[in-house]
Design a protein around this ligand. Structure first.
Ligand code: HGY
Ligand code: MN
Ligand code: MN
Length: 438
């Protein structure tokens, strides 16, 4: 059972005018630099994949940091890591009727392959430092505050995404994903138990009930920078579908097989990928479609490809446009397969609907920006986030800070310290408002 978190402004409780003792600038950037050493890769980026060694070392190092900063760390069965700053009263459970549902902030610890150091990590680091800061300057909160390092969001290792938030909200159980395989053929259940998690090894994730979830994240686009705004208040998060499209033909000799006799899976896939781009351009912004990966078998130069598989990621803020574009793409793929004597298969492994963020929390964020005299912009998110999963379970909102040149999912991902601090200031004030005010 979730309680609707009361975000009504309390009469005369306008203490958020408190002066914020400045946090040492260096600490936020330094902690992000420290965290990025876990999974530092050969391209100067970060590769930290669900349940791999870098992931495990990072989660356990964060648990240690949480302890050192006065929080109580705990893992759940999926490997989500919570740092809790409990309220004056003991954290009462839903059963006694006077539940004080925790206010939770955080983001995901996993990354894409050769990603940047801010995506996900910023929300975790800022959350830990925010709770340490509030505890140091204002003592224990009236309502329990938590920061969560979500185990997985990207879907970089297994053909599945948002496992951290989906396991916490009970949307997905381990039984539903345990047989998924990564690209090396390792199963999800092998990976989770190898990392020391799984059934009976940690808190039951679905037991978590949140008063609100607030995610601080880099924008990963260039809207804030182009509008010279420091804070993005997310209005809604795009809907997203992810597929694996497989085209099957017939291996044959590259020299003796006339073009008209071929069942060339790779050529067919290429025609389909060109069609994806054509349909996306015809549909127009903000619709986006991406083919990020393609594989071919047997994958040698003098053999006509027997099989080709490519990824497809499509996104839009309106469900009906997502539906329409997928149907048009599927019809086009089927036509191409028919014309080129190929077989077509597809697997949908992600479908999240466009999700509006909580109006009242957005209003509170806006008031804080105005009071702090920080420029802000209400804007949609073209990136998917755990917040679109949490919104189905509790009031949820996102705060963006600018990404330099809009670059993300790239080792060159960068946000200035001043921008990092603006996001931190807004998060601290919001957590103070919900955690300390009556
Ligand atoms: O792909 C995304 O939108 C997010 O970065 N996982
Ligand atoms: Mn990402
Ligand atoms: Mn992210």
């Amino acid at each position: 059972m979730m309680t609707e978190f009361d975000v009504q402004p309390q009469p005369g409780a306008d203490k958020t005018n408190m002066s914020l003792p400045e946090l040492e600038l260096v600490e936020l950037q330094a902690m992000l630099d420290w965290l990025s050493t876990y999974g530092a890769d050969s391209q100067g980026g970060v590769t930290r994949l669900l349940y791999d060694n870098a992931w495990s070392e990072a989660q356990h190092a964060l648990a240690k940091q949480m302890t050192e900063k006065g929080l109580v760390p705990a893992f759940d069965q999926a490997g989500n890591l919570y740092g809790t700053l409990s309220s004056k009263e003991s954290v009462s459970s839903a059963q006694d009727g006077v539940a004080t549902y925790p206010i939770v902030t955080g983001s995901h610890i996993d990354s894409v392959v050769h990603g940047g150091k801010y995506d996900g990590a910023y929300g975790i680091v800022a959350g830990i430092l925010a709770l340490e800061y509030l505890h140091k300057h204002f003592g224990r909160p009236k309502r329990t505050l938590q920061v969560v390092s979500l185990c997985e969001e990207e879907g970089s290792r297994f053909p599945f995404a948002y496992w951290g938030s989906r396991s916490i909200t009970g949307v997905t159980t381990l039984e539903e994903v345990q047989y998924l395989l990564d690209q090396q053929g390792v199963s999800f259940s092998e990976a989770i138990s190898g990392a020391g998690f799984g059934p009976d090894r940690g808190l039951k994730p679905a037991a978590q009930t949140y008063g609100a979830f607030i995610e601080l994240h880099i924008e990963q686009g260039q809207v804030l920078e182009r509008n010279s705004c420091s804070i993005g208040i997310v209005s809604d998060i795009v809907g997203q579908r992810r597929y694996s499209i497989t085209v099957k033909g017939e291996a044959n000799h590259a020299g003796t097989t006339p073009m008209s006799w071929r069942k060339d899976a790779l050529a067919g896939a290429a025609d389909m990928i060109v069609a994806v781009r054509r349909i996306a351009l015809q549909t127009g912004e903000p619709f986006v479609a991406t083919v990020g990966r393609i594989t071919a078998e047997p994958g040698v130069g003098n053999v006509v490809a027997a099989k080709a598989t490519f990824s497809l990621d499509i996104r839009h803020v309106r469900q009906e446009i997502l539906d329409r574009c997928w149907q048009e793409m599927l019809q086009t793929f089927s036509r191409i397969a028919g014309e080129e004597h190929l077989r077509l298969e597809w697997d949908e492994h992600l479908s999240v609907t466009p999700t509006p963020m909580n109006e009242k929390i957005r209003q509170d964020i806006q008031e804080i920006c105005e009071r702090e005299q920080i420029s802000y912009l209400h804007m949609p998110s073209g990136a998917g986030h755990d917040s679109q999963i949490f919104q189905s379970a509790c009031p949820t909102a996102m705060i963006f800070v600018p990404s330099q040149q809009g670059i993300s999912h790239n080792p060159r991902e960068f946000t200035t310290e001043a921008d990092l601090m603006n996001g931190f200031r807004v998060l601290v004030r919001l957590l103070y408002k919900y955690g300390y005010e009556d």
